[in-house]
Design a protein around this ligand. Sequence first.
Ligand SMILES: [Zn+2]
Length: 423
Amino acid sequence: MGSLADCTRIVGLGGFRVSRIEVKGDDPVGAVRVHLERRGARRYPCSGCGRRTGRVRDATVRTWRDLPWALHPVTLVYGQRRVRCRACGIRTERVEFADPKARLTRRLQHRVGLDCQSMPTSHAALRHAVSWGAARRAERRFLERWDAGRPRRRPRHLGADEIHRGQGQHFWTGLSDIVHGEVIGLAKDRTEDALTALLTTALDARQRTAVEAVCLDRHRPYLNAVTTVLPKAEVVFDTFHVLQHAAEALDEVRRHEFFRAGPVMREFGRGKRWWLLRRWRDVRGKKRQALRELFAANRRLFKAYLLREQLDRLWTYTTRPGVLRFVLGWIDALRWQRLPEMERLGDLIFRHLEGIAAYCDHPVRFGVVESLNTTIKAVLRRARGMKDEAMLVLKLKWATARPIRTARDLSRFLHLDPVESVH
Ligand SMILES: [Zn+2]
């Protein structure tokens, strides 16, 4: 073994030097105990205020699990002082490499926490030879430190959406920054109170004033919450939900025209639902031909299909009068068609015209809303049964703020700077 100075350099904990090393036997996986001492003057920082003092009351030998040396598990050993601080009274000494009361060093927590983002907690625990509970605590501290060290952004566009929790009629309300594509917070339920609480607690006043638009589905309680908490922000209705209603209306027309029109027509219309609900540009070859035959057999279905296709143009206008003209034209084209399902859709669009037209002034990124929803669902699925809501939000923030798409993202993910000095 090299000199203690070499060991101090390898251990690399600023402010501490290695005073002694114990290795158990000749075993290549034998435990290593590294005894530490504080460098320089015998003055110790108070855990309350951080001020250094030389007035030591007593010391207790404590141990921390640290990163391994090759195959040797490493334990750090240090006599942690209790000091008499002028400001705080009797306090324990602050140890910079670990959190108060933690059994793992901060850099080991970091490694465990990082692993927990790409494997189940039980695997990460096994890999680092810690208990499941210790791995979960390490993960939590790691995520909290990461989140606390981030700048607080002032999002211009927010998205609020309901997220299905899986079992029964349970929902979350998710709030996200759709400019940067990050989750901001999560609340139980999908009520007005849930979103109001999220908007007031997850965002500070400075952040709230920066919000120009909020992207919503048609959920009425959310609308109320936004108008109360963010009176200056405009509501933009999500394309996705409007088009979903359009698809439902089209499907209703299909059912009406074929399934309630006797066995011959029913047989003819069978099995074509999926092609019908897809966009014309996404349907190819034989299926296109089949759709053409279907339309030839029923003009009303064809008309409904065309009307649905035209709706895409709603989000291409850059002025509100343009949107209004288009919608009026669209509703006009419905006349004499006897398509009650599409007429109901027209009503719905007309009632939400303001929210649809708001897109002209606030081109929010609908694609981001959708991809956020996908990520949220994936994280919730992996974390199924997780009771700890705060932890769930942290995991969602991590998953959305640091999406791993490129090799560069991956290297950033694996080499995120360990935060040694944050307390
Ligand atoms: Zn103090």
